[in-house]
Design a binder for this molecule. Structure first.
Ligand code: 13P
Ligand code: SF4
Length: 305
């Protein structure tokens, strides 16, 4: 780790009264310098609670937008303006409006990996950590539309027994992990527990022992008596898993599971971001007010665990 760059970031952070939030898929050195790391749910809550003036979001666009929706009085910066989420881009607000017209009685649940405009068209937002509980809390006599990730959606269908209207979105990083990857890893490490993210394909999830968000994986590994884990998600999480559990072994199910957007954030870009106050992530007031309701309903139903 470059001490000179770290000192510079520290100084700029103080000058700007900034806080650095980093997702669990960020490069290790960025996770290490962040004030808070976490999954999408944890970071949304942190963003709403911090009293800093500036939030530097080391993650992707939808995460920074979520922070801007929850904290309009703060300046939210994304150090790389092209750090997007292809899954979030798989549904537009127009497409969701058309889907709602086909199912006029339906409640709409959107995964937090979605644009602010899509959140504004939704009744509830959820993350991979609380999608099952959120759908379980909805009235049984109402149909439910779930967008945009079909793999998380199918997992929710299976766990809740509810027949959701799904959108065919998917995460390119998670679908790269194959059944064969899991079978090979299990053959090599027969005593290991397989932890998979719900964005993985159904066949991968069927071969896994635990289906968890990134934050839940960290909690599970900490409390488990097992000391060997096969990890079926983006490989950035392995940094935090190893750091928090030095005596355990973590094996990536696939080294191809790398999110290029998450890796766009660098120490240099964080410095430029704080120096030049770029790239500001903003949401129009009309969209923000509606999207905030969907996010608040999520937090109201499911206080942070
Ligand atoms: P988590 O909410 O589990 O951290 O997942 C976010 C994400 O982008 C998954 O690909
Ligand atoms: Fe989006 Fe997938 Fe990257 Fe997560 S891992 S940010 S869902 S592209």
């Amino acid at each position: 780790m470059d001490e000179r760059l770290l000192k510079k970031i520290q100084k700029l952070k103080e000058q700007r009264k900034a806080v650095i939030l980093a997702h669990n898929y960020q490069p290790g050195e960025i996770q290490d310098l962040a004030d808070f790391t976490g999954d999408s749910l944890g970071l949304s809550i942190k963003a709403s609670q911090t009293d800093a003036k500036v939030i530097v979001f080391c993650g992707v666009q939808f995460m920074a937008e979520t922070a801007a929706i929850l904290s309009p009085e703060k300046t939210v910066l994304l150090p790389d303006k092209f750090a997007g989420c292809p899954l979030a881009d798989m549904i537009t607000a127009d497409e969701l409006r058309q889907l709602k017209q086909k199912h006029p009685d339906a409640l709409v649940v959107c995964y937090v990996n979605s644009s602010a405009e899509v959140k504004a068209e939704s009744d509830y937002c959820c993350t991979s950590a609380n999608a099952v509980e959120l759908v379980n809390s909805l009235p049984v006599d109402r149909p439910v539309i779930f967008v945009p990730d079909r793999h998380l959606g199918r997992f929710v269908v299976e766990r809740t027994g509810r027949d959701l209207v799904l959108w065919p979105g998917y995460c390119r990083v998670h679908v790269v992990i194959t059944e064969e990857d899991i079978e090979n890893a299990k053959a090599k490490y027969p005593d290991a527990i397989v932890m998979a993210h719900p964005e993985c394909t159904e066949s991968v999830k069927q071969l896994s022992d635990q289906i968890l968000s990134t934050g839940q994986m960290l909690k599970f590994a900490k409390t488990s008596a097992v000391k060997q884990f096969i990890v079926a998600t983006e490989i950035g999480i392995i940094h935090a898993l190893k750091k928090q559990n030095p005596a355990a072994e973590f094996i990536a199910a696939s080294n191809r599971a790398v999110c290029p957007n998450m890796k766009k954030i660098t120490l240099d870009k964080i410095i430029v971001s704080l120096e030049d106050m770029q790239y500001k992530v903003t949401v129009t007031e009309e969209v923000r007010a509606k999207a905030k309701k969907a996010l608040e309903r999520m937090v109201e139903i499911l206080p942070a665990k």
